[in-house]
Ligand binder design. Structure first.
Ligand SMILES: Cc1cc2nc3c(=O)[nH]c(=O)nc-3n(C[C@H](O)[C@H](O)[C@H](O)COP(=O)(O)O)c2cc1C
Length: 392
């Protein structure tokens, strides 16, 4: 029994609380021990008796209950948790956590908990869109909380929009993913690049590409969750800054190269998932280029070749590079792997549906310098990230 992992499930006062009964049932079936803490308001939606029966443990609702055997319950539960889940997480509890408020058993326990934490927000779409709520969600992410959902759809109040708690199956799967994450990269420094670079033409114009950074950010988060010391070198993207890693923001390809080189010597691996521009304007105009009626020719020159530079300066580091191709994928990827002295190329045909820029999924092949190829079906970008880290 010593190896049974424990999930503390906090339930707050939202209509989705009834769905958490199924989350707990699924967690139990997956073999986890579950302890439940209800807020006072959650008891209006679900009963302690139901949760006690389903979790097979006493349910805690009151910080000052003298009937349970004496121990500092909020501290012992905080220590016991391998994962702390709050589902549903009301706007109220997210706001409290974001600000370190501990005025009941749930918020006090989570403040004392140093384990992994997952929130499943659920609320009315207008509440969710409220600037204060969005700021609080951003803050809890910075504090290291993971967030699942909310999903868009028809809400209990009749509104349509984002605010629905994720489905119990998804939440249980996310708990399992977090709890079963390996720690096989502990103490290893992994540098990940993500997003596009920007090359200026004049003060108001630039060259860039549609990379959203999703793939690189998923790799960085997966490496962090496997214990790595992650440095994420990122171009301008609209994704939330991931917690518990060093994030270096860059603009041009030259800045990206310099940032990676600063981290390179003691890196265990560099994973280049960014889409740096290959060309830049030969001269950046100091003033806005005036438009004329005639065509104009812009002379472009090569940007710094980040992969090639890293390949040349390799001193034991593992170098993984991405190749986005639109034709002759395998041929180009093998050539690229050799030319850049890389250990593996993650090749994706960006013309396929479900692959490439902006999608949540990707279809990749791993290509090695000896010509070996591993092909995968469509996977989420997180799954692709885990496969890459498995190879490392
Ligand atoms: C019927 C009903 C449904 C509610 N659903 C939600 C909800 O889905 N999300 C939310 O943030 N608040 C919801 N509320 C409001 C919360 O219950 C309220 O903000 C409360 O203070 C939350 O307390 P707690 O976070 O301590 O449980 C609902 C209230 C009522 C009466």
């Amino acid at each position: 029994m010593g190896s049974v992992k424990n999930v503390v499930v906090g339930i707050t006062g939202g209509i989705a609380a009834y769905k958490t009964i199924e989350v707990i049932s699924r967690l139990k079936k997956l073999g986890y021990e579950v302890n439940v803490i209800l807020t006072k308001n959650a008891c209006e939606f679900v009963t302690p008796l139901t949760l006690e029966t389903i979790s097979n443990n006493p349910v805690i609702t009151d910080m000052f209950n003298r009937e349970v055997p004496w121990e500092v319950e909020h501290i012992s539960l905080a220590h016991k948790a391998d994962l702390f889940l709050i589902a549903p997480a009301t706007a109220n509890v997210i706001g409290k956590i974001a600000n370190g408020i501990a005025d009941d058993m749930l918020t006090t326990t989570i403040l004392a908990c140093t384990s992994k934490k997952l929130l499943a927000p659920a609320m009315n779409a207008d509440m969710y869109a409220n600037e204060a709520v969005q700021k609080n969600i951003q803050r809890v992410k910075e504090l290291g909380f993971e967030i699942i959902g909310p999903e868009s759809g028809m809400l209990a109040c009749g509104d349509i929009g984002p605010g629905r708690m994720s489905e119990p199956e998804q939440i249980a799967a996310e708990c399992e993913r977090i709890l079963s994450s390996k720690n096989d990269l502990e103490g290893k420094k992994i540098v990940v690049t993500a997003g596009p670079t920007i090359e200026k033409i004049d003060p108001v114009r630039h060259i860039t590409n549609p990379s959203t950074g999703k793939m690189g950010y998923e790799i960085a988060k997966a490496a962090r969750d496997r214990g790595a010391d992650v440095v994420l070198v990122t171009g301008k993207v609209s994704l939330a800054k991931p917690s518990n890693m060093k994030v270096v923001e860059v603009s041009s390809t030259k800045e990206m190269l310099d940032a990676v080189l600063r981290e390179y010597d003691d890196a265990y691996a560099v994973i280049k998932a960014a889409a740096p521009c290959d060309y830049k304007a030969k001269d950046i105009a100091e003033k806005k280029i005036k438009k004329a009626d005639s065509n104009m020719v812009l002379e472009l020159v090569r940007t710094e070749d980040i992969a090639k530079t890293l390949g040349q300066r390799k001193n034991g580091q593992k170098l993984i590079i991405f190749a986005a191709e639109t034709n002759d994928l395998e041929k180009h990827a093998v050539e690229k792997c050799k030319a850049k002295n890389a250990d593996m190329v993650v090749a994706n045909d960006v013309t396929l549906e479900g692959a490439g820029f902006g999608t949540d999924t990707n279809i990749v092949k791993f290509i090695f310098p000896d010509g070996n190829i591993i092909k995968f079906d469509k996977m989420t970008k997180r799954q692709v990230a885990e496969k890459i880290l498995d190879e490392i």
